[in-house]
Design a protein around this ligand. Structure first.
Ligand SMILES: Nc1nc2c(ncn2[C@@H]2O[C@H](COP(=O)(O)OP(=O)(O)OP(=O)(O)O)[C@@H](O)[C@H]2O)c(=O)[nH]1
Ligand SMILES: Nc1nc2c(ncn2[C@@H]2O[C@H](COP(=O)(O)OP(=O)(O)OP(=O)(O)O)[C@@H](O)[C@H]2O)c(=O)[nH]1
Length: 461
């Protein structure tokens, strides 16, 4: 389980610059098919072989730069509560501000690693700017330049040193892990209660692998399921324990730990930006996903076309999850709640899919023959073998003569051919293109496809 580190601080201190510097330094592991570009507020990073997720809380505050705005303060406080470690960024150029002191005070009251970074110290010569910050009474301050890299590696060593070692792995390794996510008030807890209430067999709460994570485990028709991060939900009522109703970090954390995400939408209200954002997190995390249009009992469906309308809206707004099934439910009446499981099973069976290299290459060969790859500098691109490198989600690597010359639409064509051939219509698939070099390796698109320009030249001669 990757720790989640939140970057907090006033606007303009350099949080995003630091975020970019740290997340860019990771080994490029995931070059997912580009989807819709969305503002990224979180990203994975690696340092000294330690993996973690970094969250830029600057991205929480939309269109409001006032650090004293209550909603920003709430989001930041919530981030501090939910993250595993916090990095407070101070502005080495702008100096100390009252809001900094406020955040420092908040950080002192929580029991988790906090790191203090003075940014915009662009070299040794500027370390004199640090003097003012020492007056804040912080034991260790890291002078850094997010923009130029000064001091970053010392800081990263200290940050990653506080991460816990590998924690014990989850019990029930074969269980299907389900996360329930959605905007505030969509009906997540009602739905979890409806799902668990319906189970006649063993429902137990067990500690998850991370701090505070409580999972609910149950067996249904001989299959184990885990609802991740259900802490406190069944014991609702203690509202005071929950600061903000919606926590991005909590959503990220459960998405990280699940196979299938149930994205709960308040159907009475229709599709909102926040629903789309949550769906975007699920897609970034590469989990299987199912849209649940909840509160269906409240939807006016006299013309019988409500599902059609909402599905159209959803598909339009969240194109990047076009493969995710849609189901209307009511957590209140229990309508179609049992049906969720047949969908979860169907999605999971695809999510866990594995194929042999031989079978995969037969499909690739056919696809390359049907629509040959484009030209690169007058020569046909060569596709060598492809292989599946992981499941959950199924991820393929395809070796190509010039990966960067493969247009996104051609890549998507190949992915769709794989989808069709193996019936993988309900899940995300990843295809990574890698350079293949070496003398005369065998390639898949052997059959000659005429290259128009070339033939013409020959004819002319
Ligand atoms: N000199 C110098 N400027 C920096 C450094 N890091 C960031 N900046 C500049 O500071 C400004 C703000 O940087 P951002 O990363 O956008 O700050 P932020 O904290 O994410 O701001 P919000 O998104 O408003 O919360 C930009 O103009 C950066 O170029 C640095 O290390 N040195
Ligand atoms: N009519 C109707 N009301 C529902 C349904 N599901 C949930 N509600 C109501 O919607 C409200 C919010 O439900 P919750 O389950 O607390 O929603 P949540 O997503 O857990 O909310 P947060 O904890 O704020 O994130 C409650 O008043 C529920 O009774 C439904 O299917 N039909």
């Amino acid at each position: 389980m990757k720790p989640i580190v939140a970057i907090v601080g006033r606007p303009n201190v350099g949080k995003s610059t630091l975020f970019n510097r740290i997340t860019r330094s990771r080994d490029a592991i995931v070059d997912d098919l580009p989807g819709v570009t969305r503002d990224r507020i979180f990203g994975d990073a690696r340092w000294n072989d330690k993996l973690f997720t970094l969250v830029d809380t600057g991205g929480f505050a939309e269109g409001d730069d006032d650090p004293f705005a209550p909603h920003i303060r709430r989001q930041v406080t919530q981030a501090i509560a939910d993250a595993d470690a916090v990095v407070l960024v101070l502005d080495g150029k702008g100096g100390v501000s009252p809001f900094d002191a406020d955040l420092i005070h908040t950080l002192r009251t929580v029991d988790k690693p906090a790191h203090f970074v003075v940014n915009k110290i662009d070299g040794e010569g500027q370390e004199k700017n640090m003097a003012e910050f020492y007056g804040l009474g912080i034991e260790t301050l890291f002078p850094v330049s997010a923009e130029h890299g000064y001091g970053i590696s010392d800081f990263m060593d200290a940050l990653t040193a506080t991460f816990p070692g590998d924690e014990e792995s989850d019990a029930h390794p074969d269980a299907i892990r389900i996360a329930v996510v959605g905007k505030p008030n969509a009906g997540k807890s009602s739905l979890i209660n409806a799902i668990l209430g319906e189970q006649r067999l063993v429902v137990s709460e067990m500690a998850g692998t991370t701090r505070d994570a409580i999972d609910s485990v149950f067996i249904r028709e001989n299959r184990h399921y885990v609802l991740v991060d259900t802490a406190g939900i069944r014991r609702k009522g203690k509202v005071s324990m929950r600061l903000e109703k919606f926590s991005i970090i909590k959503a990220l954390r459960s998405l990280e730990r699940c196979d299938v995400a149930l994205i709960v939408i308040d159907a009475e209200q229709g599709i909102s930006d926040q629903d789309v954002r949550v769906a975007g997190y699920a897609q970034d995390r590469g989990c299987g996903a199912i849209f649940l249009l909840n509160k269906w009992d409240l939807v006016d469906n006299r013309d019988g076309k409500a599902l059609r309308r909402m599905t159209d809206d959803l598909r339009m707004a969240a194109k990047f999850l076009s493969f995710a099934p849609v189901l209307t439910v009511s957590a209140l009446t229990g309508q179609r709640v049992p049906k969720i499981f047949s969908l979860v099973d169907a999605v999971y069976n695809q999510y866990d899919f594995r194929v042999t290299t031989g079978q995969l290459n037969k499909v690739m060969e056919k696809a390359l023959e049907r629509t040959p790859p484009p030209l690169h500098k007058g020569k046909r691109l060569k596709f060598y073998y492809a292989t599946q490198v992981s499941s959950k989600p199924p991820t393929f690597v395809s070796f190509v003569s010039f990966p960067e010359a493969v247009h996104f639409s051609y890549q998507r064509y190949l992915v769709n051919q794989i989808r069709d051939a193996f019936g993988l219509d309900k899940i995300p698939l990843r295809m990574l293109l890698r350079q293949r070099t070496g003398k005369n390796p065998a390639f898949l698109n052997k059959k000659r496809t005429p290259i128009k320009g070339k033939r013409k030249r020959r004819e002319k001669r």
